[in-house]
Design a protein around this ligand. Structure first.
Ligand SMILES: *Cc1c(COP(=O)(O)O)cnc(C)c1O
Length: 436
């Protein structure tokens, strides 16, 4: 099979969606095609167009689309009439997942957590984490960070920075202090020291926090990376000030930065970890809040939900852990691909000097091109060439690469060559709104 994308030039008739689906839809606006199939790093449309996927469901498809091992495990389970829905009853599928998670992921990393299955979205895992932190500490305030993204339900949204997203709430979003993330004031200001100072000053006006909620790489916020020393300082000050450290690893976890958890390099052990997106391995809805055992102070049913424990996702998640994380091979492949990605992005950005900035870590990288308009021209040109790639950041100014971690070196190189052509084209042409 060719590894060159072959996009469909003319958009299909999408009037059904215009007529019947809510205006709230977003990704489909910049990629108006009718998708029918997906395999590995590729998506296909109804007209036979082939697209290389550098978005991967916003890092929900770290192992690519329909990975054969995961697909077969699910097909076998369904064919044998395995339980599909079971509220939070004990099932064999759940037992298999819990045992595999403990044996292959947690134990070897010296981690001990209870697994809390929340509703199947990331935002619900964050809601559960916030509720638990407030319950355990008896405090209300939570510290979140500038450019953080934690989900769209009210508690998680209150911790999210983006004004456009917050605006949808319709009510005040309260009980959260937004503190400057690592590097927010440039390289010379250590924002962990600023936070320490404010928390230590009884007259600073900053209420004692129940939790400090953090992403070690901010996915939606523009691929801002928290350095290891900074993360360690935050973990340490959380402990000293009686706050729980909640690490939101929904986007950066499940191998995206090279290790299973994004915080492994920093050597910290968060009190609570949230996972979702790629946890099922196949893009099935599935979220998890990991809790240090002594913090598991829930009353039965105190955070409830109909869909807590998606058995199909237990099967594929267990299969993914078994297949990819049994040894270090996959992690070292991801790290090598991440290095290659970093090199190529540096080459692509080099001609533009200080106008462009490299962002991110591992296989979660991008280029800050300085403006949302320019980033949009680049990603639109990419889609016209059959490359699916999106933006992030406060002004959507970061072209963000989230290729499947399973992508071949050839596919990755092909996509980056295409991206380079799009950057060159966008930079050489005088700006016109009608571009592409
Ligand atoms: C996507 C995301 C969420 C929210 O997950 P949903 O499944 O969309 O609710 C929360 N935190 C981070 C870091 C995310 O990237």
């Amino acid at each position: 099979m060719s590894i060159m994308p072959m996009p469909t030039a003319t958009p299909p008739d999408v009037s059904t969606f215009d007529r019947l689906e809510s205006r709230v839809r977003s990704y489909s606006r910049s990629m108006p095609r009718l998708f029918t199939k997906a395999e590995g790093s590729w998506m296909e449309d109804a007209q036979g167009g082939r697209y290389l996927d550098f978005l991967s469901g916003c890092s929900s498809l770290n192992y690519g689309h329909n990975h054969p091992v995961l697909k077969q495990a699910l097909l076998d389970y369904i064919a044998a009439d395995g339980v599909t829905h079971s509220l939070d009853l004990h099932t064999e599928a759940k037992e298999e997942f819990l045992a595999e998670l403990d044996k292959t992921i947690l134990k070897p990393r010296g981690l001990s957590y209870r697994a809390m299955f929340t509703g199947p979205t990331g935002t619900n895992a964050v809601e559960a984490a916030l509720k638990l932190a407030r319950k355990v500490t008896g405090r209300q305030n939570v510290i979140a960070f500038t450019n953080g993204f934690h989900g769209m339900t009210l508690g998680a949204l209150a911790c999210t920075g983006n004004a456009g997203k917050r605006g949808g709430a319709g009510v005040p979003l309260s009980h959260v202090s937004h503190e400057p993330f690592d590097g927010y004031f440039g390289p010379d200001v250590d924002t962990a020291d600023l936070l320490e100072q404010r928390l230590s000053d009884p007259s600073s006006g900053l209420d004692k926090p129940a939790a400090i909620l953090i992403e070690s790489v901010q996915g939606e916020g523009g691929l801002n990376v928290a350095s290891t020393p900074w993360l360690r300082k935050i973990a340490d000050l959380a402990k000293r000030h009686g706050a729980l450290l909640i690490l939101d690893d929904i986007q950066a976890g499940c191998g995206r930065t090279g290790n299973f958890f994004s915080f492994e390099e920093a050597g910290i052990k968060p009190d609570i970890v949230t996972l979702a997106k790629s946890l099922s391995g196949m893009g099935l809805p599935f979220a998890l809040t990991l809790i240090k055992p002594e913090l598991d102070q829930w009353k039965p049913g105190e955070h409830n939900g109909t869909f807590r424990g998606n058995n199909h996702a237990f099967i594929t998640a267990a299969a993914a852990i078994r297949h990819f994380w049994r040894d270090d091979k996959f992690a070292s492949e991801v790290k090598a691909k991440g290095d290659f990605l970093a090199e190529r992005l540096a080459e692509i950005a080099a001609p533009y000097g200080d106008e462009f900035r490299l962002k991110g870590r591992g296989m979660m990288r991008g280029i800050d091109v300085g403006s949302g308009d320019l980033a949009d021209r680049i990603t639109s040109a990419a889609f016209a060439r059959g490359l699916i790639v999106e933006t992030s950041g406060p002004h959507d100014e970061v072209v963000k690469i989230l290729a499947p971690l399973t992508i071949s070196r050839e596919e990755l190189a092909t996509g980056l060559d295409l991206l380079e052509q799009c950057v060159t084209a966008a930079m050489s042409r005088p700006y016109s709104a009608a571009a592409e």
